[in-house]
Each structure stands twice: as structure tokens, then as C-alpha cells.
Design a protein around this ligand. Structure first.
Ligand SMILES: *Cc1c(COP(=O)(O)O)cnc(C)c1O
Length: 395
């Protein structure tokens, strides 16, 4: 094993803080015993706080994919049409999952270089005079491309079309890193996961549920058992779960929520914004191209960078791992080997970012990827308290 800490700079799983690791290092307790209820209530309330909802929250012992499935099977019936938007790889996977469940996705094509377009969604909903579309599904932070979709504007688009479809949003890589408001933005089901902005290991996922979605679940006919919201509700009310929860991950979740509360969500979001801006400053200085083309949709969770034509992003990532013990995210499906992704989310600070960008810059040199030096310098100029003005000017 190389000396020092491995740099896990993929856009999730993110670095798990020592505090969270320590908090999980306790004996597993009886999940039906008297001590469990307080833990259960604390994490369910805490998740309501991060989702910014007064509504219902469900916690599954599952990866994010499970919570995608839960959102669909609880609210929809076989053959239902769902409107989905091709922001990138994760939106495509959610669409394929919907197909396998027997739903009929209408997929608005995208070029993987920006977020979802509310006007395109509104146009599709206007055409749907018979209200065949039962749900609009959008990925908030598309982790494969580094672009963010405007959820509040998509809500407005649905309302402007006077359409009753449910709005479902995947926040697996944005919750706890980017501003998100389940209630204020009128989202019906929000899907999330533990291993990105929430700073936990993989293994937990979440649904936040509006009253409208809960009402839809009473008549939805897709088969469900493990994912059924109604089985969760009554035990959850007392702080318990219908089957064995991932108790030790819940210890970690309690600690992660405490960390987010101590820092304050607005400060957490500002920190991510600073790291996003600094990373983009580095990319510009290197003379490389960002995959996301829309500045208002740049992700502050990760940055996807294109390598120049004829230069393998995977070869560069392999060299960087070998020489500097740092993992960077790969290009997925359509952009395989054409992009690498720098994760700057979760438990992360200015110097960790400088080290990360140093590793990228040295890796570019080692792999012979054409670039200009000075990216780290450019990032440093917009970091720290003195960097704020330059940051504003740079973008
Ligand atoms: C990571 C991710 C997923 C998949 O989550 P798993 O935990 O791997 O199942 C889905 N959507 C987005 C946006 C993601 O970032």
C-alpha cells in the first residue's frame, strides 16, 4: 500500500469523514428494542431537514438504484407513461429501470452537455392533452456530465402546462451539496443516496414523499413488497422499521447530519460553490474543455473534463492512480474514455482541492495530455477568503 491517504476524488462514494467512521464503530443494537427508537426518529427527522420537507421520508438499506425503483413502483401502474429527460448516463439508467418495470418512458433526448430544459418538458406536457403522462422524472445533478437541472423551473413548467403529472427528482449526488427544497419546489418524490453529499459509505437510500405522491401510492398497481411505503409508515412513526435496518449506517447518518447542522447547509453549499469555481478556473487555465456547456448549469459537486481528441482519458486516469494514488471518475457510456470527472463533494476543504488539482495537473503531464501548466495556481487565486472577488470575476 502506498504511504499516506488515498485520494478518492470520484464523484461518489465520497470521502467518509473520520467522525462518521468513528460513529459507526459501535455494537449493533436490537432494532426492535427500546434504545433503537431514538436513533430511528433522529435520522428520519434529520432527513426531513436536509430534504427541506415537512412530509414523509423513507430510508432503505439499499443503494440509490433501489430508491429509484421505490419511487416508481409506489406511485405508478403497469404501462403508465413517464416523461424522462436524457441529461446523461444516470438519467438513461433510470429510464431503463422504468422500462424493465413495465412503464412506458418518453425520453426527451439531450446532448449530455447540460441539464434538463424546462421548455422542452412544458412542450411535451402541452401535447399530452389526455394526461397520459403520470410522472416527470429528472436527475438534479447529473453525475456523468457535471450539470445541474433547474428543478424549480421544471415545477413551473409543469404548472404552466396545467398538467397533473407527479414530479420525481433524483438527488443522489446533490443532496447535502447543492441547494435543494423538496417542499418549496413542489417535488412529489425525491430520491437520494448515502454515499455522496451525505458523506456516508454506500448502503442507504431515501425517498421524500409529498401528500400527492402518497395518495397516488394508494391506487398504484405496480407490484411491490420490499419497497412498499405503506409498510414503513406505521413503524417509522415510532422510530422503527418493518425489517432489519442498516443500524450501523444509521449511526453514521446521525453523525453526518450533526456535521451538516454544525456547518449550516448554506455554508456547505457555499463551500461546494467555491470548490466548483476553483476547479473550473483550473480547467480553463489548463486549456481543457468542460463537458457542461451551460455556465448557469455547472455542477459544484463534480467537474467533467474532456481530454483533447486522440488522448485517452482512461489512460490519464490510470497514470494518475499509479503515480499519485488518486482515483478520478471515468467517462460513462457515451463519453467513455473522452472525459474524466473530478469529484469535489462531501467532506472536503480548500487544501484537499489543491492537492487533488495538483494530482490532475501532474497526471496530465505524466500521461502526455497537451495542456498549459498553472491550473493549480489559478484555483488558488479563487480559494480562501481573499479569493471571493476573483471568483466572482472569473465566472
Ligand atoms: C450515484 C448515482 C446513482 C446510482 O446510485 P447507486 O447508489 O450507485 O445505486 C443514480 N443517480 C445519480 C445521479 C447518481 O449520482
Amino acid at each position: 500500500m502506498p504511504a499516506g491517504r488515498h485520494f478518492l476524488q470520484i464523484p461518489g462514494p465520497s470521502n467518509v469523514p473520520d467522525r462518521v467512521l468513528r460513529a459507526m464503530d459501535f455494537p449493533t443494537i436490537d432494532h426492535r428494542g427500546p434504545h433503537f427508537a431514538e436513533l430511528g426518529r433522529t435520522v428520519l427527522d434529520g432527513m426531513r431537514w436536509v430534504f427541506r420537507t415537512e412530509g414523509h421520508v423513507v430510508i432503505y438499506p439499499a443503494s440509490g438504484t433501489g430508491a429509484w425503483e421505490a419511487a416508481l413502483v409506489n406511485t405508478l401502474s403497469p404501462g403508465d407513461t413517464v416523461l424522462m429527460y436524457e441529461t446523461g448516463h444516470f438519467a438513461t439508467l433510470w429510464k431503463e429501470l422504468a422500462q424493465r418495470l413495465g412503464l412506458t418512458p418518453v425520453f426527451i433526448e439531450g446532448n449530455w452537455r447540460g441539464g434538463a430544459d424546462p421548455d422542452a418538458i412544458e412542450a411535451k406536457l402541452h401535447e399530452d392533452t389526455g394526461h397520459e403522462i403520470k410522472a416527470v422524472c429528472v436527475v438534479h445533478n447529473e453525475t456523468s456530465t457535471g450539470s445541474v437541472s433547474p428543478i424549480a423551473a421544471i415545477r413551473k413548467a409543469i404548472d404552466a402546462a396545467g398538467h397533473p403529472a407527479l414530479l420525481m427528482v433524483d438527488t443522489i449526488s446533490s443532496l447535502g451539496s447543492l441547494d435543494y427544497r423538496h417542499d418549496a419546489w413542489g417535488v412529489d418524490v425525491t430520491v437520494s443516496g448515502s454515499q455522496k453529499g451525505l458523506m456516508l459509505p454506500p448502503g442507504l437510500s431515501f425517498n421524500a414523499i409529498s401528500d400527492k405522491a402518497l395518495a397516488a401510492s394508494k391506487t398504484a398497481e405496480l407490484p411491490k413488497s420490499y419497497w412498499a411505503w405503506d409498510a414503513m409508515q406505521s413503524p417509522n412513526g415510532k422510530g422503527y422499521f418493518p425489517y432489519t435496518p442498516a443500524t450501523n449506517l444509521l449511526y453514521g447518518l446521525k453523525e453526518a447530519l450533526a456535521m451538516l447542522r454544525e456547518e449550516g447547509l448554506d455554508n456547505v453549499f457555499a463551500r461546494h460553490a467555491r470548490h466548483g469555481a476553483a476547479t473550473r478556473a483550473a480547467v480553463r487555465a489548463w486549456g481543457l474543455e468542460l463537458l457542461c456547456q451551460a455556465p448557469e448549469q455547472y455542477s459544484n459537486v463534480l467537474t467533467a473534463v474532456m481530454t483533447p481528441e486522440g488522448h485517452s482519458a482512461d489512460a490519464f486516469r490510470a497514470v494518475t492512480l499509479e503515480n499519485y494514488d488518486m482515483s478520478l471518475g471515468n467517462g460513462l457510456s457515451k463519453v467513455a474514455d473522452r472525459v474524466f470527472r473530478i469529484g469535489h463533494l462531501g467532506d472536503f476543504n480548500d487544501l484537499m482541492l489543491c492537492a487533488t488539482l495538483s494530482g490532475v495537473e501532474m497526471g496530465l503531464r505524466d500521461a502526455g495530455v497537451p495542456h498549459q501548466a498553472g491550473g493549480v495556481q489559478a484555483a488558488m487565486a479563487v480559494l480562501g477568503p481573499r479569493g471571493a472577488e476573483d471568483r466572482a470575476a472569473a465566472e
